[in-house]
Structures are given as structure tokens and as C-alpha cells.
Design a binder for this molecule. Structure first.
Ligand code: NAD
Length: 372
């Protein structure tokens, strides 16, 4: 077989072909004034990815890389657009000097991975010259990011730079659940509270661990029976079917799987006082934040409560470097941020989701002086 010619240009590093698709992405309903969207393809390495940079007003766009068997490129683009916007708001609310971006790789993480694929992804990130900084998300591991980091320095969450962020994310979510329970139920402790956890993966499992330690009673569901049984056995949790978890009687419903856990169907089935979990984009549409309020369910805005991993990883770039103490302090502050959002929402007769969006937009509109 004849060797393929390799063009070494900035647009085509190695075999990765980078195409700017910002103009065509404007037609997607999830487009929200995004700065730049690129498609990265390396047929030899099996890479087909989309990187969306939403906003860099507060700093370089940061956001993990997700690998998922999307039905189509349009579905992947929608996910990248929504997730990158969420990252802009997450950075703004966490008070870190970064903007929002996200990468999605089209493919099955169980069967489609290789070192070559993630090195090709690293080359794609390198072409963005530090305007986008990547890391792990669903379907992507520290090992995968180690491979990507062989080609670019714009990666966090490698073995040498922070590692797996999920313990910090789980810590932030547990603090956030405590804040929500205090606000909505007037309880200072989780002892005896029931939490229904949807998804017992990296974050969900560690969250269960923290909640069980604090005396919460757990109900878990996962589309992977092994993951559900593992959490059930470890934390003496009841295991229910994935389509039943929304409707169980609980104080808290914690979505820790993929997005859109709250939609027209599930919002009517909830039998909880609080929705607070790690998943990104928990509301299928913005109006579902108001739908939760109408049912007297307190919602902890996803990009506020799930920022712990991002906070810990970005400290790798802090002038004084990472320290567990600083990461812990800043992640624990998620509880105070949520308490303020809940109080403001009550005062204004608004949903916490709408209040958080407003505060994030105010911060982005007034960037002067915003730093660590
Ligand atoms: P993961 O892939 O390790 O875990 C997700 C789990 O959810 C898996 O066990 C999967 O089988 C399960 N699942 C998928 N669909 C489900 C469904 N319909 N019902 C029940 N279970 C289902 O991912 P993760 O890293 O734990 O992340 C979970 C969520 O938190 C994602 O939305 C992710 O974007 C978000 N998040 C993660 C981090 C982090 O530090 N890992 C940070 C911020 C946000």
C-alpha cells in the first residue's frame, strides 16, 4: 500500500485536518454567540472531534473532552455548544480567570479508543494555541489525556497535572447538597436524609461515599448493572431501575449521569425537595428551571455545584501552584455561592437557575479586575 502524503501545515498538523465550522454552527439552536468552533478529523487515527470555544472574556477557554457515540455530527455539535457555554458560566461563578470551551469526540469509548486517537486530539488542541485548554470528561480518562499531552501542553488532568478531577467534583457536590438541604429543609446535617443518585460512575460513586459517611440513606440507579450493584453493595444503597430513579421518594435527587435529567416528563414525576447533582446541563431547556420552582423543588444550578473538579485542575495554573488546602477551601465555597443564589432567588421570586445565569452574565460583562 502506498504511504499517505502528510501535509505539515498549521491547518493540518500530522494528519489532523482542522476546519473552522463557526459559520455553519450558527444554524444550530444551541449556538450562543460562540467565538469559534472547529472540526478536527484524522482518518488514520480514527479521530472525529468538535471543539467549541464559547467565550474568553475572563481568560482562555477551559473545558474537558467527552467521548460519546453520538448519533450524528449535529448531535455532537449541539452537545459541544451547550457544554462549552456551561463552562463559561461555571468559570465565572467559580471566580477563576478562564472562559468556557469543550471538546467532543464522536466514538464509542469502550471500543474506539487508541493512543493514536488521543495524540491526534492533542495535535488538534495544539493548533488552538492555548485559546482552549482540555481535560477529562465522560468517556475520557487520565491515560487518554496523558497521550494527548504528548502533543500539547494545553491539557490538565494528566498524571502529572492534577489527575482525575472527580474526587473534587464529588466533594463540591456534597457541600452543595448540604447547602440546598439546609436552605430548603432547614436541616444542618444529612444524617437520615435520603438521596437518590442517578449514575454511579466516577463522580456518582464518590458522591455516594461522601453522603453515606454523613449518614444519608442512598438509592442508586445506573444503566450499567455492575456500576449500580457495586454502589449498592458498598453503601448499603437500594438499587432501582434507571427509569425509576426520578420518581422515588427522597429528599434529594442527584443527577450524576448525562444531561437533560429534568424534562417535561421527569419534572412531573419527581418526589423530592431538592435537585442537586454533578451532571452538566441537567435542565433539558432553560424553562425547566422555572418548572422545578413551580413544583417547589429547589434546584442547585449544575454549573455552580459541579465546579469542584475544574477549580482543583485550574489551580495547576495558579501563580502559587496547586495545594490541596487551597483546592479544598475554594471547592467548599461552592456551598456559600449556592446559599447566596438560593436567597436571592427567594427574594426575587425567581428560579435559582435564572439567578445564577444572571450573576454569571454580570461577571462576564464586567470583567475588570477579575483574577484569582
Ligand atoms: P462517568 O461516565 O464516570 O459516570 C456516568 C455514569 O452514569 C456511568 O456509570 C453510566 O453508566 C451512568 N449513566 C449514563 N446514563 C445513565 C442513565 N440514563 N441512568 C443512570 N445512569 C446512567 O462520568 P462522570 O465523570 O462521573 O460524570 C458524571 C456527570 O458529571 C457528567 O454529566 C459529567 O459531565 C459531569 N461532571 C463530571 C465531572 C468530573 O469531575 N468527572 C466534573 C463536572 C461535571
Amino acid at each position: 500500500m502506498e504511504a499517505l502524503a502528510v501535509r505539515e501545515t498549521p491547518e493540518m498538523p500530522g494528519n489532523v485536518e482542522i476546519t473552522d465550522i463557526t459559520a455553519e454552527a450558527r444554524g444550530n439552536a444551541a449556538f450562543d454567540g460562540h467565538e469559534r468552533i472547529v472540526r478536527a478529523v484524522d482518518a488514520d487515527a480514527g479521530l472525529h472531534a468538535i471543539v467549541a470555544i464559547h467565550d474568553r472574556t475572563l481568560g482562555p477557554a477551559i473545558g474537558g473532552c467527552r467521548m460519546w457515540p453520538y448519533e450524528s455530527e449535529d448531535a455532537a455539535l449541539t452537545d459541544a455548544l451547550r457544554l462549552s457555554r456551561g463552562m463559561t458560566y461555571k468559570s465565572a461563578m467559580a471566580g477563576v480567570p478562564f472562559g468556557g470551551g469543550k471538546a467532543v469526540i464522536l466514538g464509542d469509548p469502550r471500543t474506539g479508543k487508541s493512543g493514536a486517537l488521543f495524540r491526534a486530539f492533542g495535535r488538534a488542541v495544539e493548533t488552538l494555541a492555548g485559546t482552549y485548554i482540555s481535560g477529562e470528561d465522560v468517556g475520557v480518562t487520565v491515560d487518554d489525556m496523558n497521550r494527548a499531552a504528548e502533543e500539547t501542553s494545553h491539557i490538565l488532568g494528566t498524571g502529572e497535572r492534577g489527575g482525575d478531577p472527580s474526587p473534587w467534583t464529588a466533594y463540591g457536590v456534597s457541600v452543595g447538597i448540604e447547602a440546598a438541604v439546609r436552605h430548603r429543609l432547614g436541616r444542618d446535617s444529612l444524617a437520615g436524609a435520603t438521596v437518590a443518585v442517578q449514575g454511579a460512575g466516577s463522580v456518582g460513586y464518590k458522591l455516594c461515599d461522601r453522603l453515606a459517611f454523613r449518614g444519608a440513606k442512598l438509592i442508586v440507579a445506573d444503566i450499567s448493572p455492575e456500576a449500580a450493584m457495586r454502589a449498592g453493595a458498598a453503601f448499603d444503597a437500594d438499587v432501582v431501575a434507571p427509569d425509576e430513579i426520578h420518581g422515588v421518594q427522597a429528599d434529594v435527587f442527584a443527577p450524576c449521569a448525562l444531561g437533560a435529567a429534568i424534562d417535561d416528563d421527569t419534572v412531573g414525576r419527581l418526589r423530592c425537595a431538592v435537585v442537586a447533582g454533578s451532571a452538566n446541563n441537567q435542565l433539558r431547556e432553560a424553562r425547566h428551571g422555572e418548572a422545578l420552582r413551580a413544583r417547589n423543588v429547589l434546584y442547585a444550578p449544575d454549573y455552580v455545584i459541579n465546579a469542584g473538579g475544574m477549580i482543583a485542575l485550574t489551580l495547576q495554573l495558579h501563580p502559587d501552584g496547586f495545594s490541596p488546602g487551597r483546592a479544598g477551601e475554594r471547592t467548599a465555597a461552592i456551598g456559600w455561592t449556592l446559599a447566596e443564589i438560593f436567597e436571592r432567588a427567594d427574594r426575587e421570586g425567581s428560579s435559582p437557575a435564572a439567578v445564577a445565569d444572571r450573576i454569571a452574565r454580570e461577571r462576564i460583562a464586567n470583567p475588570a479586575g477579575r483574577t484569582w
